[in-house]
Design a protein around this ligand. Structure first.
Ligand code: URA
Length: 212
C-alpha cells in the first residue's frame, strides 16, 4: 500500500478553514470541493493516457488523452458525495459508482445500505472518495467490494486520515500485493474514544449537510 500526504501551502490554508468549527456548511461544502480537486490532481498522476494525433491551427502533432476504459469514481455516501463535484471537475468523463455505508456509533463497525458499482471493474482505474479515514473499517469494506468486482488499481482520496486507520488498512491487505494507494490532505494525530479523528474536523457529513 502506498500512502501520500499531499503537501501544498494552499491545501494547508484550506484545511485550516475547513477544520475551524466556526466555518459554516456552505463554506465547508465549497472548500471540500476545492480541496478534493487539489488532491485529485495528485491522485491522478498515474491515470492512463493514450497517444492521439491532432491538428493545431499551425501544425499536425501528437498529444495525450485519457485512455479507455474510463476511470471509475466511487463516493462513499453520505460524506463522500460532498467530494464528487471536486473530482469530476477534473475528470468529467469518469463513470460514477456509489456505495452507501454507515458506521455504528457504538461498535464503529460499518454496514452497507447501497451498492451501485459497475458490474465489472476489471482493468478500470478506481478512485474511492471518503473524507475521513478514521478506524479504516469503511474503507476496507469499500476496497473489498471493488476487489470482488475485479478492480486491481484502487486509489482512495481522503481529506484527513488517522494513523489507526492507515495501520488497519495495512494489516487488512498485508502480503496481498495489491496496488492500493491512499492520498490524504493530512495525517492527524489519533482517534478519540468515540472514533473521531483528533484534531480532525468533526463529523464531515453533518458539517457538509447542515446538521451542525
Ligand atoms: N467520520 C467523521 O465524519 N469524522 C471523524 O472524525 C471520523 C469519522
Amino acid at each position: 500500500m502506498k500512502l501520500t500526504v499531499a503537501n501544498h501551502p494552499l491545501l494547508a490554508h484550506k484545511l485550516t478553514v475547513l477544520r475551524d468549527e466556526k466555518t459554516n456548511s456552505p463554506t465547508f461544502r465549497a472548500l471540500t470541493e476545492e480541496i478534493v480537486t487539489l488532491l485529485a490532481y495528485e491522485a491522478t498522476r498515474e491515470v492512463r493516457t493514450e497517444k492521439v494525433s491532432i491538428k493545431t491551427p499551425v501544425a499536425a502533432t501528437e498529444g495525450l488523452m485519457l485512455a479507455k476504459p474510463k476511470p471509475v469514481v466511487v463516493p462513499i455516501l453520505r460524506a463522500g458525495l460532498g467530494m464528487l463535484e471536486g473530482m469530476t471537475r477534473l475528470i468529467p468523463t469518469a463513470e460514477v459508482g456509489f456505495l452507501g455505508m454507515i458506521r455504528d456509533h457504538e461498535t464503529l463497525q460499518p454496514s452497507t445500505y447501497a451498492n451501485r458499482l459497475p458490474d465489472d471493474l476489471t482493468g478500470r482505474q478506481c478512485y474511492i472518495l471518503d473524507p475521513m479515514l478514521a478506524t479504516g473499517g469503511t474503507l476496507i469494506a469499500a476496497i473489498e467490494f471493488l476487489l470482488e468486482k475485479g478492480a486491481k488499481d484502487i486509489t482512495a482520496i481522503t481529506i484527513l486520515a488517522a494513523p489507526e486507520g492507515i495501520a488497519a488498512l495495512e494489516a487488512a491487505f498485508a502480503g496481498k500485493n495489491l496496488p492500493i494507494t491512499i492520498i490524504t490532505g493530512a495525517l492527524d494525530e489519533k482517534l478519540n474514544e468515540k472514533g473521531y479523528i483528533v484534531p480532525g474536523l468533526g463529523d464531515a457529513g453533518d458539517r457538509l449537510y447542515g446538521v451542525v
